[in-house]
Ligand binder design. Structure first.
Ligand code: NAD
Ligand code: GLY
Length: 359
């Protein structure tokens, strides 16, 4: 078992990473009982994950009393409607301030549950048990919680930190291949923005990761969580450095919005977006052509797209990017690599340069 700590003063918490934390009876009980009351627990999950992991989770938790709330699968249910349904269910279950809420699932369940926990009786403790690679390396850590609004994704939410995150690498064995690859895009992102050695390690461990070798998974997830924990500890509310975690996301969101959400997975759009960010950095003479090639080669090894949709013009990108949350005083802010292992936030990218890259 590996532990990474997110240091946020009195809101600090551990991330437990290992094999079998969810599937071994009483394993969760042992991990959580010293810090948290397990007398009354509500597990929130979805109808894909429940048949796979809900029984195991309950055996592992060995809590005195467990209620469950099952949300239908899908991003469409990260909604105000399901937020309200969860509040109603918690009230009907007589959940109180000492009830522990557990999010068992990917980023959709984690974001929805976190926001529900932040609001129920002005905040009840919650634990993240992320079951997708994306949620294990990114969304379960750092306290961003949200639901979508018909007028925009993740537009209603709160910063609300969990009490703990528990990651079981075994859950990745049931994850569809495309979802695993989408998570790898976020893993590769950490190498590009923060750690050249980790990027090189990824290049050397493609087969071990593709075959879901436990040691390789634990190491990769641990390194990503360490980097995210460090960034969040420095900049919890995204006033500066945390924005680096959005490498590839500005272009990626434009692709997702243009194609209709759901057509491209988020991680796939981020993969293409990261290559575009490298090409923009190359135009600014920050990155060499060989570094861009290393990024696109690594992404391609995980079957991720390395270019945007062929029919998307630079005007299409710019139109969507003007609505990005990172737009400040009318200027689009870009996350661009300076080299593999280091990135910066800049609004110094003119439309001609963008048009050169985006075609
Ligand atoms: P997801 O939660 O929709 O999960 C992807 C699919 O895999 C779903 O169908 C799910 O039911 C299924 N699934 C989950 N675990 C499984 C398992 N172990 N075996 C089999 N199937 C499994 O998608 P995601 O990629 O995990 O998360 C995407 C969401 O995360 C988006 O809503 C995004 O906005 C959010 N997000 C949040 C943050 C943050 O900081 N809070 C960061 C990145 C992304
Ligand atoms: N996924 C970006 C962040 O947590 O800040």
């Amino acid at each position: 078992m590996t532990i990474v700590r997110v240091e946020l003063g009195e809101r600090s918490y551990p991330i437990h990473i290992g094999q079998g934390t969810l599937t071994t009876p009483r394993a969760l009980h042992t991990l959580l009982q010293n810090a948290l009351s397990l007398q009354k627990v509500t597990i929130i999950t979805n109808d894909v994950i429940a048949p796979l992991y809900l029984d195991a989770c309950q055996r592992s938790l060995a809590a005195d009393s467990v209620n469950t709330i099952i949300v239908p699968d899908g991003e469409a249910n990260k909604s105000l409607e399901w937020f309200a349904n969860i509040q109603t269910a918690l009230l009907e279950q007589h959940a109180a301030r000492d009830t522990l809420i557990i999010a068992l699932g990917g980023g959709v369940i984690g974001d929805l549950t976190g926001f529900a926990a932040a609001c129920y009786q002005r905040g009840v403790p919650f634990v993240q048990i992320p079951t997708t690679l994306l949620s294990q390396v990114d969304s379960s850590v750092g306290g961003k919680t949200a639901v979508n609004h018909p007028l925009g994704k993740n537009m209603i939410g709160a910063f609300y930190q969990p009490q703990a995150v528990v990651i079981d690498t075994d859950t990745l064995h049931t994850l569809p291949a495309r979802e695993f690859a989408a998570g790898m895009a976020e893993v590769i992102k950490y190498g590009i923005i923060y750690d050249a050695d980790f990027f090189a390690w990824l290049e050397q461990n493609i087969d071990a990761l593709q075959s879901k070798h436990t040691d390789a998974l634990v190491y990769a997830i641990k390194r990503c969580c360490e980097i995210k924990a460090e960034i969040v500890a420095n900049d919890e509310r995204e006033q500066g450095q945390r924005a680096l975690l959005n490498l590839g996301h500005t272009f990626g969101h434009a692709i997702e919005a243009e194609q209709g959400y759901g057509e491209w997975l988020h991680g796939e759009a981020v993969a293409a977006g990261m290559v575009i960010a490298c090409q923009v950095a190359e135009q600014k003479a920050w990155l060499s052509a060989s570094e861009t090639r290393r990024v696109s080669t690594l992404l391609a090894q995980f079957n991720l797209p390395v270019e945007g949709p062929v029919d998307m013009s630079s005007d299409d990108y710019i139109r969507h990017m003007r609505h990005d949350k990172k737009v400040l005083r009318g200027k689009i802010r870009f996350i661009l690599p300076k080299s593999i292992g280091q990135a910066v936030v800049t609004d110094d990218v003119d439309d001609t340069l963008l048009a050169n890259v985006l075609g």
